[in-house]
Design a protein around this ligand. Structure first.
Ligand SMILES: [Zn+2]
Length: 286
């Protein structure tokens, strides 16, 4: 496939000069500012007005850096999942390709904006301060003219089927799930229930802000139900992370990425086996 075509768009996020309405915007503006600064130092000097704007942003962002956290949870029943964003976070580059389905251009642009915001958040949730692994910054969103299927991620390429988007235009959160896969970067042989459970945990518990009760816990999942994967294992991960084992997702992510994961991970990290933990979750009142 020829990726250099007239529909291919390479967009860096633009700084929100002169207005800061949210932490996310502040961080986006700062990251874009750093990129612009790098570009301008090698080409032409920035004008003083823009420099003043950057200084203004830097001052405002430094205030945010003192706080440094976004507390997603606004409800007492919801665990406080805290996302910090690294000060020196580089801007991510989300490339969209709608050459097969130009009608989805606006949806694709919205998805790109969402992923530019969520790339650093997912990175922090999965990797935290451990920066021995740098996730890919450049990610391609390819929209395939296809009625069947939903979406998948391979390497740094996220493929989204046009038929699904046309029928479910509100399902933009699926792109967050797929971006998690890109940032996971797991080797072949990674356990599917962990891979999909973490992707759905970040999508539904963090991005969609679903509470613990929302996650399915079907009777048929009484024994080793975590193997049901997706939302079922996502609920299990939320219960672990928001209960006795905060940061277990980062440890689990690191273990799976190393290629050395086995179910003994849970016994080692929590003192209880995976089967025991699942039983406790299944029987909990949530
Ligand atoms: Zn998935």
């Amino acid at each position: 496939m020829n990726w250099i075509n007239p529909f291919l768009r390479l967009d860096l996020i633009q700084p929100q000069l002169g207005k800061q309405t949210s932490f996310a915007e502040a961080m986006a503006g700062k990251r874009a500012g750093q990129v612009k600064k790098q570009i301008s130092s090698s080409s032409q000097p920035v004008n003083s007005e823009r420099q003043n704007s950057f200084a203004s942003i830097a001052r405002q962002v430094s205030v945010w850096n003192v706080i440094l956290v976004v507390v997603i949870s606004m409800f007492a029943t919801r665990p406080a999942i805290v996302i910090g964003v690294e000060e020196k976070e580089e801007a991510s580059l989300i490339i969209i390709d709608v050459s097969e389905v130009p009608g989805l251009k606006q949806w694709a642009e919205n998805a790109k904006d969402l992923l530019v915001e969520w790339h650093p958040k997912i990175t922090t949730l999965l990797i935290g301060e451990d920066r021995e692994f740098t996730p890919p910054k450049k990610v391609t969103l390819f929209f395939k003219n296809e009625k069947k299927g939903i979406a998948h991620a391979r390497g740094t390429m996220i493929t989204i089927m046009s038929g699904w988007v046309e029928k479910h235009p509100d399902d933009i959160g699926l792109t967050v799930h797929e971006l998690v896969h890109v940032i996971q970067g797991y080797p072949d042989g990674a356990p599917g229930w962990v891979t999909e459970g973490i992707a759905d945990y970040i999508r539904w518990a963090i991005y969609e802000k679903k509470h613990q009760e929302w996650f399915p816990r079907p009777d048929s999942a009484r024994e080793n139900g975590y193997l049901k994967s997706y939302q079922t294992s996502a609920g299990f991960f939320l219960w672990l992370e928001s209960g006795r084992f905060p940061s277990i997702i980062q440890k689990l992510n690191k273990s799976v990425r190393s290629g050395n994961y086995n179910d003994g991970f849970f016994k080692k990290e929590t003192g209880d086996s995976l089967t025991e933990l699942w039983r406790m979750y299944f029987e909990s009142n949530r």
